[in-house]
Structure formats: structure tokens, C-alpha cells
Design a binder for this molecule. Sequence first.
Ligand SMILES: [Zn+2]
Length: 256
Amino acid sequence: MAAPLTASRLLAILKAEGVKTAEYPDWRTRGRDAATGRPFGPVHMVLNHHTAGSNSLAVVAKNGVAGLPGPLAHIHLAKSGLATMCSAGRANHAGPMAKNAYTSFLNESSTHPAPSKASGTVDGNDVSYGIETENLGNGKDVYPRAQYDAWVRINAAFCREFGWSAESCGCHKETSVEGKIDPKGPVEGYGARGRFDFTPGQFRKDVAERLRHAASWSPSTPAPKPTPTPMPPKPTDSERITALEKRMTALENKES
Ligand SMILES: [Zn+2]
């Protein structure tokens, strides 16, 4: 059980983890409990999403969508890797979570069962931090390297702060009883790894790896490609003629 972080502390742990941050106007107070009047917390997990759109910052941070008042997450993560703080209070991102799936994150199980509505539901907005990561969610839009790296850092920052393992980091599609599919899509690369498809399992492995290091750690990036040996410059016409003349002179001298 953990009480939600203050706005200042939330910002501080992200910065310590090497995340580039920005602050949406009034994020520290606006939206707190406003959606339903319910208090936020205690918190037990991080829930990861894709925005299924572009330029979603204002929608996520403040405006919300029809029937779902903002804020729609605690953090909006742009393609550049910039994390904008949207709320430190209760946010509308998780919806109902299947109890069986939620329990597996609460208990930090090494496996997470498919969400079953029959197991009952809990209000995910009470118990989880929500990260909305900008991506069209069409399975083709790529998560750039900087964005995925920041995403791992954000999740690790929460785990480090609360003493959680990476098994406290879930994805919307792993908990939703509403058929959510997020997040998904190709990732440009991470550390020394090239392009791969986002999976919750790999994401948790990357968070776990990060947690084995200090908050200031950066994963090793691929070795730079060796610079090819430059070709000797092609001789100019006049150089060629000069060389030819020299050879002719040498031959003539031989003959004479
Ligand atoms: Zn979602």
C-alpha cells in the first residue's frame, strides 16, 4: 500500500531517473478528484497506454473526451521522450480492471492472467498511475527510441520510489474488461537492440534491467558503425597526363 506522491515528489523522481519533463499549466492541483470526487490511492501499480492519436497532450492533460473528463493520465509521453505532467491526483485512464489481472500486479506475480470479467472488477483509476504514450496505435506507428527509453525510465521511477518490482507495471490490454488493445506497435529500438514489437513482457524485462542499476544509468547504445576507409581521390585529368608523360619520358630514356 502506498499513498500517492505529492506533485513535487512525482516530478523529482522522474528527473532523478533521467526523464525530460514539462509541466502542463495547473497540473499540480487541477483535476484532483474532480472527475468523481473520489480520493486517489492507495496506489499499487503503473498502467501503460497508447493515445491512439496524435497531438493528444491537451486532451490527456485537461480536456478529456465526451463522457470522460480529463485528466486522462498522470503523464503524457511525447514521441520525443518529453514527459508532460498532467495530474498528481485521480485520472481517468484505467476504467474497470479485471480483479484476477489486477491481483497479479498487486502481488507482483511473475505471470499475469488474461483479464476475466467473471473474476469481478476494481476501479483502476483509484489504484494506478497512468501513462499515455503518444502513438496512433495502428500497429504501424513507431515508438521512437527516445520515447521508449523514457517510458522505461518513468515506470522504473515509480518502482524505485515505492519499492515495487517491474511486475507492478501493467498495460491497459492486460487489465481491461472493455477489450482495450493498448499499447501496441513497433519500437525503433532500445539499448543495443534494434527494432522490435512492443510487448508487456519485454517492457517489464527492460524496466527490471533498469532497476538493477542506479537511477542515473543509461542503457548501452549500439556501437557506432565503423567509418569506411576513404577511397583515394581520383586523379584529375592533368595529373593523369603528367603521369603518362613521365612514363613516356622514362621509356624514351630507356630506348635512347
Ligand atoms: Zn488505454
